[in-house]
Design a binder for this molecule. Structure first.
Ligand code: DX5
Ligand code: ZN
Length: 213
């Protein structure tokens, strides 16, 4: 069964708990939290205190996507806050990727690395056997509601051919039932969706369509 991780970036922040509980009721088991620092990406969102508040407010696994410079410095805060899955960007880790993975794994959390659309799979090849998840970005990170980039998704095939069957392959950016199907055919099994879930008049159908691809 696929994992669906609705991105709260498209949710109503004034009613965050209610919004996430709705997605849980329709079958979403993860909750995707986009952390942006205004440096690695040109946007600022939320930080560890919000993760901490959500920890006891929802049942979904807290799937934290760090779009920040110097992830090594901030990973401990996100561990203490109660993140279940922590993903950082290889482009931001500047030689500290192994240390980042070790910190996350030693805390008993799932570790993920993300690559931007222009980053080759070769840049993360040496870490694949240490990771629980790879996040393939199918838009430039920074904003929700962008258009899916089909060429970026093709990297899923390459990752699938290199990694063990246990590796979770997550996609993020412009995901809906159609683009998720393209990614699933390449080997992805975990779908992040912001607008498609939270701005959808039929949220139940949106989540179920992603579970079913
Ligand atoms: C973008 C974020 C995404 C974003 C996805 O940088 O990483 O998680 O919220 O939004 P949609 O699904 O609307 O493209
Ligand atoms: Zn994300």
């Amino acid at each position: 069964m696929n994992i669906v991780s609705p991105s709260i970036l498209s949710a109503d922040f004034a009613n965050l708990q209610k919004e996430i509980l709705k997605t849980e009721n329709f079958g979403a088991k993860w909750c995707h939290i986009d952390v942006m620092d205004g440096h690695f990406v040109p946007n600022i969102t939320i930080g560890a205190p919000v993760v901490k508040s959500l920890k006891n407010a929802v049942k979904a696994k807290l799937d934290v996507h760090l779009m920040i410079e110097n992830p090594l410095k901030y990973i401990p805060d996100f561990i203490s806050a109660g993140s279940d899955i922590i993903t950082f960007h290889i482009e931001a880790s500047k030689g500290s990727a192994s240390e980042c993975i070790k910190l996350i794994k030693d805390a008993g959390k799932l570790a993920g690395i993300s690559i931007k659309p222009g980053t080759p799979v070769n840049d993360i090849k040496e870490y694949l056997s240490l990771l629980d998840m790879v996040l393939v970005m199918t838009v430039e990170p920074g904003f929700s509601g962008q258009k899916f980039m089909p060429d970026a998704a093709k990297k899923i095939k390459e990752i699938k051919s290199l990694a063990s069957d246990k590796l979770i392959i997550q996609v993020d950016g412009g995901i809906n039932a159609d683009t998720a199907k393209i990614c699933a055919d390449y080997g992805a099994n975990c779908f992040v969706a912001g607008n498609y879930v939270y701005k959808n008049p039929d949220m139940e159908n949106a989540i179920k369509s992603l579970l079913a691809v």
